[in-house]
Design a protein around this ligand. Structure first.
Ligand code: ZN
Length: 223
């Protein structure tokens, strides 16, 4: 009887070992397939034309969510250069941006020309904004677009931020006509350009959607 019990145990042990090998093998195959799919997608993306769409001065309580809805519908990720003062007032909108995969970056705390400030005051504008954004998203921004594009080079070191400007500025903030704004961008755009818009008016949001739909048709992807 004891020999039979021993044989049973051996058999059970063998099944257990085979089962484990099978499970590990399947997990490995699944992972290998996932890597292959990701690599194929990467190769495909590397061949597509890239463009970045960016929005300054938000979050805006009237227009940003409308913009986020349209970006989500189109599967497009954008970059938002935010004002600390506004982010403090509308943290839910910032949290949604972050949750939906958009890149959150810094504009300044209260839209001032940083070149007109002392270094200490400029650093305070950046740090105060970064702290607000960190409290909402759990991440410190790495990029800054200084208001009016004005930035002193030593601030790179002082703030540890990377300055990002733009390639195409359609002056959407002083043009109420979405189609005019969209056309200015579509006519100028080239591969790897950074497009500057503001999520601060109905026409800018509409222009963003026109730009995205048209550039997608031309084979661009948004990064
Ligand atoms: Zn601005």
């Amino acid at each position: 009887r004891s020999i039979r019990r021993c044989a049973e145990k051996c058999k059970n042990g063998m099944f257990l070992a085979l089962g484990t090998v099978f499970l590990l093998g399947s997990a490995f195959c699944f992972q290998a397939r996932e890597i292959q799919v990701a690599q194929a997608k990467e190769r495909e993306n590397a061949m597509l034309k890239k463009v970045a769409i960016t929005f300054d001065d938000g979050p805006n309580p009237d227009y940003t969510e409308q913009l986020l809805d349209g970006l989500k519908e189109r599967g497009v990720e954008a970059t938002f250069f935010l004002l600390g003062k506004e982010a403090e007032k509308y943290p839910d909108i910032v949290e949604r941006m972050s949750r939906e995969g958009h890149l959150i970056a810094t504009h300044s705390y209260e839209h001032v020309n940083l070149c007109n400030l002392s270094d200490e005051e400029a650093i305070e504008q950046v740090d105060k904004t970064n702290d607000v954004l960190y409290r909402i998203t759990g991440l410190y921004p790495e990029y800054i677009r200084p208001p009016f594009g004005c930035w002193k080079c030593n601030l790179d070191y002082e703030t540890q931020m990377i300055e990002v400007l733009w390639d195409i500025d359609p002056l959407d903030w002083k043009t109420g006509n979405a189609s005019v704004v969209a056309k200015r961008v579509i006519n100028q755009v080239e591969e790897n350009d950074i497009i500057l818009l503001h999520d601060a008016s109905e026409s800018s949001v509409e222009a963003a959607f026109e730009i995205i739909d048209s550039l997608k048709e031309e084979g661009y992807i948004f990064v």
